[in-house]
Structure formats: C-alpha cells, structure tokens
Design a protein around this ligand. Structure first.
Ligand SMILES: [Fe+2]
Length: 445
C-alpha cells in the first residue's frame, strides 16, 4: 500500500480500538475480517464522493453501492442470524443493498443504483463502521460452538467482499473512462510502470498428453460450491500457449481487417460486433494513426507487449480462429494449471493493469494467474452431482449457470488470496468491462 493510501485508510478507519478477542481462533478471524474490510476502504480512499455515485451502465455498480452491499452481506447473513437482539439502524438498507438474493427479500432495481443519492458516501462509510463493530462484538463473545456455525458464512463473506473489490476496480474504470478529462484512479509509481516493457518472447505451445484428470476443488480450504464436486474428466491431447496473447498480436488481427471478416466470427458474435460497431478492445481509441487506451493510471499509448484485455468472448474466439487456434476448455486449462504456483500480477501490486510478459518466457506456461482472466470455450454449467444448497446463500452461484462462459486464472484486479486453479469465473459472452483476455490452445498437429 502506498504511504498516501495507508494514511487515508488510517483516517477512514479511525474507529475506537478493536475489542480484545477471547482466543486465537477469534483473533485470526477478526484479523482477516479487518484486513479485507480495510483493503476495500483503501481501494476507494482516493475517490471523490462524486466518483462514488455514478453508474455508467447497468452492469456497473457505483463504488458507494459496493461499499454498502458488502456490509449488507455481513449484516444480513451473520448479525441478523446470530447477534441476539440485533436491530438494524436503517431497516430500508435491506432493500437497497440486496443484490440478487430472492430468499433474503425484495431488492432495488440493479440498473437504477446510480440514482440513489442517499445514503451519502459518508453515511455509507458510517454504516460500514457500525456493522464492523457489531461483528467485533459478536465474534469476541462467541464460544467455539457458535464460531463453528458462524465461520463458514464469515469466510464466504470475506471472499464475497474480495469479489466486490475486483468489481469496484473494474466498475470505477468504466465510470472514469466516460469522462473526457481521463481521470486517474491511481498513478502507478515511477519505475513500476516500466515493468514488462521489453518485447515478450514469441508465443510457443506446451503439449499435454491424453489423460483422465481430477477436476474441481478438494480439501479443507475455502472454495465456492461451483468448484465441486471433484470428478474425473477425460482430457484429450492438446497444446496450450505459453503466455496470453498480446496487444501487438491483437493489433495484427485488427490490421488484417478481421473485425469486418465474417469468416472468423460466431454468428451471434458477428451480429453483436456489427450492432455495437466494435473495431477494437473496449477503452481503445485511435489518435493520429496510433492506438491509445484508457487505463486506471490515465490515457496512454497502447503497450504492444502487454496481454490484450477488455475483450468479449466473441472477440477472443474470432482472434483464436484468425490465429489458426482455438480457446481452451476449462478442463484443459485446469489440467495445465494444477501444478503451478498461484503467482502473478494481482490487485495487491496496485498496478491495476496487466503486465507484459518477461522476454525469457517460452517453453513453459507463463502468467496463468493474474494479469487477465482467460476466456475458455466451456459453458458455465454444473459439474456432475452439483446441487445448489437451499436458502439465500444457495443462490450465490448455481442460478447463473446459463448462457455464460467460464474464465480462469484471475486478473490484475483479483486478490492473490482469492484465486485457485479450480476457480471458475463466468460472464456472458458480450461482456467486455472486466480484465478478460486470451490464451490460445491447439489440437495436436
Ligand atoms: Fe455480491
């Protein structure tokens, strides 16, 4: 965290001293709780209140809404259930800040979140502090039996908040990108912006033999329900690109007039690209014959060495066709990632932008984690034997298993402690505002 951000966090979280906890388990849970809550505060610390209320499209939520909704999650699923005598200070927040949990009650319309000027940003921050201190009280007074009940939901709340941290970053990028003044979210410190400026090694393909592979999460560590049950899958021989495709490679696709050549596009993609008049990735603009792009550090020339991002599934698929390749399945991707460490350019680096591949890359898989989510050609579907749990928290993943594609690996806006080899992200194929990119795959030659 930069010194300025740290100071801002200190000011914003200048709450009364946290209560001493009763034991190491409580201490560990509360420490993690506050680390995650403070990171959200840090991400929003440099924004003006005016930045925090804009909704630039229905998919985007205002920063203020993310701050409140993540708080609502802890209030609704923990305090209301386990804190005896708990009375919400503002009962109407249950309606305003519910996202999609039908079993938790009615909710405000998603596409109208930008019209809500009250509570103010300050009131929303006070709401966060109030709920945080109730969580402090609840956990500090809980015995092991009660902690056994609370901990799984609390940990789900941690990961839920990390998902919203990523959305906060991608949503504020979309908000700021609408402004012709090109506001800067965070100036990347001098020197760090130059990482990865050298030309990446040419892409190579790593080959994998046919195998029956164990797919899905196993073990006591946290995972989402959509990562299970673990099961066997037949993965035929394939080859996977050594690194994500770059801006330079994507410019070659554009310069080959590929956005106007139907032969590379899925039918729905061709319709979409023409209706939307897409000519380049989201946030790109041509000025005096050169491509520029809007980043969270401002508007700047496109760096050809960086992984290309802000692409729809349709564009990723068309690029793969143009390249004589295809997108990997999620099973191929998981097989390739199973033994790799989860290192990469994540949100904790505070770079907020994908990083160029290292020149030495080649012959092995680089940047599988972090930088850009990688579109797979797998529809987001339940694994064999999957059943969503009953109740509101069962709505978390299962009801979205229709008309979406799986992405793997995390991005520069994902937390390092949020990603796994089995993690399944998912978006509709036309969505472009996330840090979504491409890793090519091939069948054996
Ligand atoms: Fe949520």
């Amino acid at each position: 965290m930069s010194p300025a951000a740290a100071a801002a966090v200190e000011n914003l979280s200048a709450a009364p001293a946290r209560p001493a906890s009763a034991g190491s388990r409580t201490e560990r849970l509360l420490q993690r709780f506050h680390e995650i809550r403070d990171f959200t505060t840090m991400l929003s610390a440099h924004l003006a209140p005016e930045d925090c209320v804009v909704q630039s499209m229905p998919d985007v939520s205002p920063t203020k809404w993310h701050l409140a909704h993540t708080t609502w999650f802890f209030e609704t699923f923990i305090l209301k259930k386990w804190l005896s005598g708990y009375q919400p200070e503002v009962p109407e927040y249950a309606f305003l800040f519910n996202s999609y949990y039908n079993a938790a009650g009615d909710m405000h319309r998603r596409d109208l979140r930008g019209l809500i000027s009250r509570p103010t940003v300050d009131e929303t921050r006070r709401y966060r502090s109030s709920i945080d201190s109730h969580i402090d009280d609840l956990l500090s007074g809980a015995d092991d039996r009660l902690l056994d009940e609370i901990e799984p939901v609390l940990v789900l709340g941690f990961h839920h908040e990390q998902q919203h941290q990523e959305l906060l970053v991608t949503d504020i990028k979309h908000v700021l990108a609408q402004n012709p003044l090109h506001p800067v979210f965070r100036q990347v410190e001098r020197g760090r912006a130059d990482i990865g400026k050298a030309a990446p090694a040419p892409v190579s393909f790593v080959e994998f033999d046919e195998a029956i592979v164990a797919i899905g999460h196993e073990g006591a560590e946290f995972s989402y329900d959509n990562e299970g049950p673990r099961h066997r899958a037949l993965v035929l021989p394939f080859a996977l690109a050594s690194r994500p495709s770059t801006n330079g490679e994507y410019i070659a696709f554009m310069e080959d007039n590929a956005y106007a050549r139907a032969e590379f596009w899925l039918s729905l993609g061709w319709t979409t690209v023409n209706e939307q008049r897409w000519q380049a990735p989201l946030y790109w603009e041509k000025r005096d014959g050169k491509w520029w792009n809007f980043t969270l550090s401002g508007f700047r020339p496109v760096d050809e060495s960086e992984p290309v991002t802000h692409l729809s599934y349709f564009e990723a698929d068309a690029f793969a066709n143009w390249s004589g390749a295809r997108l990997p399945t999620e099973f191929e991707w998981e097989r390739a990632a199973q033994d790799l460490s989860w290192d990469g350019n994540f949100v904790e680096s505070e770079r907020f932008h994908p990083q160029g591949a290292t020149p030495s890359a080649g012959g092995s898989l680089q940047q599988m984690f972090g930088d850009v989510w990688e579109w797979t050609r797998s529809s987001y579907s339940p694994y064999p034997g999957y059943h969503a749990e009953p109740g509101a928290l069962g709505e978390y993943n299962g009801k979205f298993m229709c008309n979406q594609y799986v992405l793997r690996g995390g991005s520069c806006a994902t937390s390092r402690t949020h990603i796994r080899a089995t993690y399944r992200n998912f978006f509709q194929p036309e969505k472009r505002w996330q840090f979504n990119g491409i890793r090519l795959a091939r069948d054996p030659r």
